[in-house]
Design a protein around this ligand. Sequence first.
Ligand code: DI6
Ligand code: FE
Length: 403
Amino acid sequence: MWDRLLIDCHIATMDLSLPGAFGAIENGAIGIQDGRIVRVGRRTELAGYQAKSVEKLGGAWVTPGLVDCHTHLVFAGNRANEFEARLEGATYEEIAAAGGGILSTVKATRAADEAALVEASRPRLQALMAGGVTTVEIKSGYGLDVDTELKMLRAAKALGDTEQVRIARTLLALHALPPEFAERRHEFVELATGAMIPAAAREGLASAVDAFCEGIGFSADEVDALFEAAAAHGLRVKLHAEQLSNLHGAARAAEHHALSADHLEHLDEAGAAAMAEAGMVAVLLPGAFYALKETRKPPVDLLRRHQVPMAVATDCNPGTSPVTSPSLMLSMACTLFGLTPDEALAGMTREAARALGLEDEIGTITAGKAADLCVWRVERPAELCYWIGLPGPETRIFGGVDT
Ligand code: DI6
Ligand code: FE
């Protein structure tokens, strides 16, 4: 006998093997046992099964738990002062060049101890969870020294140990050049490859390595060295690429079999083709596009043409995307970037799971996967993208348990 049987519901399985938008099953049922989905189908197909708890959902729609596959939500302080400066005309690059930007968050994050960092970050994580997120990726990158990078990853781990959410941890080893290395770029890259990566791998603190490939960040050649070290330590890679300019980072990441390239406003055709060939995911970040008042959109048609799967994430960070609402990202992905509601929801479920290498575990409502689910009181799944800033699901199920 199963633990739970959810009935009287419609299911947006997001399973690509089912026909139609959202992989929808109307009048469906979901069987749950030991925290996993054991069976999903039409109610009539599951008629013969019994469960300890049979739950009528009153015609609600059930989706996979949302997956936020790109965040920097562990940090100290905030940058509302830079927000004000940008409103007065300063650009993100100018603020960064003047020692603000990422470096101001680095200062605050270095000064906070691990416990303070955990408690500063918890409300942001809880806001995402309340919005329906059951898996979140958290990057380091505001330490820029070995100890602080590890402290950030430990804080992310502590959050996962104390909240009902899955956390994927990424070492963002090349985010900005710290002032103490101003004249010694290659030494900082050596620190990242020779010390940060080995230490994070040794402690099991990260499953992936990331970098900011940009004029104000790091070159594609520097990223190469980083990704080689990551591979040597058994870590996957992903890259912030083509956000503000085109350094051809996505194509370089493809050479390293990266999981994803993220942002991509300036991606060109060769980059999209390389991503498709390598089976990468394009992670679109409408919060940063919006907050920076960018005008150049990621090339969604190009990505579709090359059949590059698209994920959507909050990029929750203090500088360019102070966002804690997954609903808002679904809306912006459609309204600003032109995704269909089916693509946007897939972007925060199935394709986001793939961007984390977790596609066998989460991201669709499929027998065998973890029972991470959201129950929404809506009449059709497109409502999840239509409402702007929807508070969250009626019920959030994590590992088979209501939370
Ligand atoms: N891209 C981003 O959107 C964030 N980092 C990055 O590489 C911005 C980080 C910040 O400004 O604090
Ligand atoms: Fe980012």
